[in-house]
Design a protein around this ligand. Structure first.
Ligand SMILES: *Cc1c(COP(=O)(O)O)cnc(C)c1O
Length: 357
């Protein structure tokens, strides 16, 4: 089997050793002669998995006391609604920074429950930059941000200074770099971009911020219910939680977030350097807003598309076709993607340009 360089935007690459361990647990988990898929979520063996996954999140992100870690269902898309239900007061309002498709969807869901104040938007330039110098209304219940815009290849370099609580969708850059959890009342992330497989969503929630909206929250959307039941109000997605745990253990064993942050910076520098210096390519995001996770770029001459596509396919590169809203290419470089894979892509870009030089 020849090695594939997997730049998929999500679900995305996971470490080979994680996949191997995960596959073994399907047949014989913990030497129980039972599959992880056929035991109770309340069994000692699975409860240990859940506790270990939560402990790894706390350790890797240095989560302070007073925060709960949850593994729930519904994807980040249900998180959009959970944010509003749990943090927007009845008759309240919330501020949203509109930096892309997902940010926009988050804001549309919250608009079902109350007044939305869009503090800034980069929709005017197809979300190719992160807005600066906007006012955050002190009267809003929270500010919602999307730290990395998976589709448009932009990323917040700094968390806004805000007097009101911040809620962040970190689906596509959680665990890619250090963060200060205390800056947020809630962080949430679908697992399938940088934590594990699709099917579970991570929530890191400040306990003291909950229970203040005056709303009658449906149980499945009520974070206090899930905290009380330790993510087992109903049957949790056992397998995605298990594989996420393995992946977080992989990250810890290799040196944690400090280690991966440096590698992610190297990968991004390598690719952006080629995009900027190769006359046949052009980045689509403004330089100071560029994402280290999802670099987006286009050919300067569209007529060469078929030829370039054939070349990267021949090099066993997979998943770099751009999102339909941006076109061109998107090379997603999540934690498990090795630097060598980025080098292969850069070599193909160089080779391509040499042929046309
Ligand atoms: C993929 C993505 C989502 C949607 O996640 P689901 O788990 O599919 O609901 C939300 N926000 C961001 C930033 C994403 O990248």
């Amino acid at each position: 089997m020849s090695k594939v360089h997997n730049f998929s935007a999500g679900p995305c690459i996971l470490p080979q050793e994680v996949l191997k361990q995960a596959s073994e647990a399907v047949i014989n988990f913990n030497n129980l002669n039972l599959s992880l898929l056929e035991i109770s979520h309340r069994s000692k063996d699975f409860v240990e998995v859940m506790e270990k996954a939560q402990a790894l999140v706390k350790e890797l992100l240095d989560v302070p006391d007073g925060y709960s870690v949850l593994f729930l269902q519904g994807g980040a898309s249900l998180g959009f609604l959970k944010a509003a239900y749990n943090f927007m007061k009845e008759d309240g309002s919330a501020a949203y920074l509109n930096t892309g498709t997902w940010a926009n969807k988050a804001q549309k869901e919250a608009a079902r429950l109350g007044t939305i104040i869009e503090v800034a938007s980069s929709a005017d330039k197809n979300y190719s930059y992160i807005p600066k110098n906007y006012q955050i209304p002190g009267s809003a219940d929270y500010l919602h941000i999307t730290t990395n815009n998976t589709i448009f290849g932009t990323q917040l370099k700094n968390i806004p200074i805000s007097r009101i609580p911040i809620i962040a969708d970190m689906s596509s850059d959680i665990f890619s770099k250090k963060i200060n959890v205390a800056d947020f009342d809630m962080i949430y992330a679908g697992a399938q971009k940088n934590m594990g497989p699709a099917g579970t969503t991570l929530y890191i929630v400040k306990d003291s911020a909950l229970g203040k909206t005056g709303r009658n929250i449906p149980a499945m959307l009520d974070l206090q219910v899930h905290i009380k039941k330790e993510s087992m109000f109903n049957t949790p997605p056992v397998y995605p939680i298990y594989v996420s745990m393995l992946n977080l253990q992989w990250l810890k064993d290799n040196g944690g977030v400090d280690w991966i942050e440096k590698i992610n910076e190297q990968k991004a520098a390598l690719l952006y350097n080629e995009i900027d210096n190769n006359p046949l390519f052009k980045g689509t995001a403004e330089v100071d807003s560029r994402s280290n996770m999802n670099p987006t770029f286009v050919l300067t001459n569209d007529a060469l598309k078929d030829e370039f596509d054939a070349m990267w396919q021949a090099a066993n590169i997979s998943g770099i076709k751009g999102h339909r809203d941006v076109g061109g290419y998107r090379a997603s470089m999540y934690n498990a993607l090795p630097l060598e894979s980025v080098q292969v892509l850069v070599d193909v870009m160089k080779e391509f340009t040499k042929k046309h030089g």
